[in-house]
Design a protein around this ligand. Sequence first.
Ligand code: A2P
Length: 270
Amino acid sequence: MNAPTKPEEFAPKIPDGVFAETVLSVEHYTDHLFRFRMTRPAGYRFRSGEFAMIGLMVGDKPIYRAYSIASPSWDEELEFFSIKVPDGPLTSHLQKIKPGDTVLMRKKPTGTLVLDALTPGKRLYMFSTGTGIAPFASLIRDPETYEKFEEVILTHTCREVAELKYGFDLVEEIKNHEFLSEIVGDKLKLYSTVTREDYPFQGRITDLIDNGKLFADLGVPGLDPAVDRGMICGSAAMLKDTKERLERAGLTEGANNKPSEFVIERAFVG
Ligand code: A2P
């Protein structure tokens, strides 16, 4: 029997044609949520809001899932925000990564939650639930968002307060960032609500649109296709129900090849 003798013979083989990147940091928020940052391949280009296929070697097979890139396009590193599913084919392994580990990434990013898919407007709403905040974590840190819109409203709804922390951290980071703080100024508003715990701001975003509380709390008029643009990222049911509200307000859905007043993307879960 030929037992492997050199350490590299134990290492899983990296498939051809994908990037193999190094994990730089990992932060666990709750039992169900974590974020990690990894190296960015030289020459890797993407538009803020797009997603990539991220994977790990599990045994001798790579497993990939779609993940929104949470870092902005100018960042030297790549950031991802993930759920942990106990028997998720990828996340059950991904949740255990540590700095120095290897994460695979397919070469081509894609997605519809990009500024190019929207026609010009004044106010940009980003509606998210759970890890659906990830593409917006990218867009709210991109100066182009603030060149194109006078006001940016990010809504984040989770079941519990602890799940909102990633969003709060993002806003803090922007405030303390040397050049972003100036560019963003007071244009960005984060509106965070929970549905299954006591908190000053409660309720599903769909209900808060219906009863007008979202607009009253923010001090803005109701949705208006003349000035408002939207992006939606969450579960399939949340996408459908939020899209319905925007359409009822007269906004029409756009795409990369046909920019319009709002765009949607599924939240990518493990
Ligand atoms: P709720 O607690 O009332 O179900 P999930 O983890 O199930 O994706 O939920 C994340 C958040 O999105 C929860 O606060 C949940 O509220 C909310 N949510 C779930 N379904 C919808 C929907 N169809 N429209 C709006 N919000 C939703």
